[in-house]
Ligand binder design. Structure first.
Ligand code: PEP
Ligand code: MN
Length: 360
């Protein structure tokens, strides 16, 4: 797919004065719930009402969505509030029903984007549609797979395209439900600057507390919009209860976010600077996280040494680490002096950790 300036036209045509906001419940639960949330969103920055009708669940036995009837509720919400409507489609039957019920924006979920077979079937069912189609990143951190899905849709003559960043699965437990791996959407943006890029902080976070910071990071990285799970009674939501926020909180969140307004060269400079600074912040966060993990392993070694009555400091091992790291540092253009300083500090912190254990 070549970068095509027309890819983002649909978003420009909305003439919004702020990034696009898609909000609404993880799942449509009842007509009353959909209408309630829609009316509460009516006077916020939200332009599009989202609700999952068919819910892809990792494990069976969880709420799998209300199905076709929910599309009627969305239609009614659109008629009553003027909000556009959005839902996830995962097969040609979903596409057929969503189009029949005049859904304005269809998205392909993370569990579908992973499969070129499914994406191809959906692309064929959508052939030539003038609806907006957004592709969520696949669950695994694979940019080519994500772009491949966009290409399949583009080849099916779908012009109103965009992508949603919802984070990536990891086996390892982190502070996120799905790791943001910001470098992946940044690379995508560099390759396709005109393809609208939307953040779904809800599925990245998995919890309410960090949604704001994720949104601000995305705006600093020039994302074009946000898709945020919003429910009138989040704690009692039938799916993803921990990560949903109320329409009132959403309203406050969009008010508190900083959006750069400068124009021309100044804007370009500030955007580039913010982009680079955000990349630094992301790496610093990773550095601290990884140092914390290293110390935890050192604690494990300390406990083992204590049990076996072995001294904490073992010079041979330490000198081995240092020479290995000096060599590795050269590969990354890091001076010997710097590597020595950093590793001495790390080593000292490990010893302090282990000493604490011995003193217990
Ligand atoms: C959703 O948006 O409700 C959803 C199921 O998301 P994802 O495909 O990102 O898991
Ligand atoms: Mn959800």
């Amino acid at each position: 797919m070549k970068n095509n300036k027309n890819l983002g036209t649909w978003l420009n045509e909305m003439s919004l004065t702020h990034p696009l906001v898609i909000a609404g419940p993880c799942s449509a639960e009842s007509e009353e719930q959909v209408l309630k949330v829609a009316h509460q969103l009516k006077n916020t920055d939200a332009t599009v009402l989202r609700a999952g009708i068919w819910k892809p669940r990792t494990r069976p036995g969880n709420f799998e969505g209300v199905g076709e009837i929910g599309l009627k509720w969305l239609k009614r919400a659109k008629d009553e509030t003027g909000l556009l409507t959005a839902t996830e489609v995962a097969n040609p039957r979903h596409v057929e029903l969503a189009l029949k019920n005049d859904i304005d924006l269809l998205w392909i979920g993370a569990r579908s984007t992973v499969s070129p077979f499914i994406v191809q079937e959906i692309a064929e069912a959508l052939k030539g549609t003038d609806k907006i189609v957004l592709v969520k990143n696949p669950v695994n951190p694979d940019l080519a797979l994500w772009l491949g899905a966009v290409e399949r849709l583009h080849t099916s003559n779908i012009d109103k395209l965009g992508v949603i960043h919802r984070g990536f699965s990891t086996y390892e437990k982190t502070g996120y439900r799905n790791n943001p791996e910001w470098q992946i959407p940044i690379d995508l943006q560099n390759q396709f600057p005109d393809l609208p890029l939307i953040l779904d902080p809800s599925h990245i976070a998995g919890r309410r507390a960090i949604i704001f910071d994720l949104c601000q990071t995305a705006l600093d990285l020039n994302f074009d919009g946000l898709m945020i799970e919003t429910h009138h009674d989040p704690d009692n939501a039938w799916s993803d209860a921990k990560q949903q926020i109320t329409p009132e909180t959403l309203d406050q969140l969009t008010t508190d976010l900083t959006i750069r307004k400068e124009e021309g060269d100044a804007l370009e400079y500030l955007n580039k600077l913010a982009n680079l600074r955000t990349q630094i912040d992301i790496i610093d966060h990773k550095l601290t996280e990884i140092l914390g993990k290293r110390m935890k392993i050192a604690d494990g070694i300390g406990a083992l040494k204590k049990k076996n009555n072995v001294a904490i400091l073992q010079n041979k091992r330490w000198n081995g680490i240092l020479s290995k790291m000096i060599l590795e540092g050269k590969e990354f253009d890091l001076s010997e002096e710097f590597i020595l300083k950093i590793y001495k500090a790390i080593h000292q912190e490990s010893i302090n950790h282990q000493k604490r254990l011995y003193d217990e």
